[in-house]
Design a protein around this ligand. Sequence first.
Ligand SMILES: [Zn+2]
Length: 72
Amino acid sequence: MIMTTNEESQQSDGPRRTLIDGPPPHYECSFCGKGREEVAHLIAGPQGVYICNECVALCNTILAEDEPPAET
Ligand SMILES: [Zn+2]
């Protein structure tokens, strides 16, 4: 019985292990500072900035107040 093929398949199992091994780096909202665990969504922007769904909602509220109602 030769077990070499089995050992080789274990080595190629790398990508899935990295998810389990170390905890992911801590991400937090660049606006309110809440961590990824504290909000429902954390959206990544360019160059390491993040915004959470709560700040997006707040921005939407501000923009909606700022903009005159559409005339239809
Ligand atoms: Zn936020």
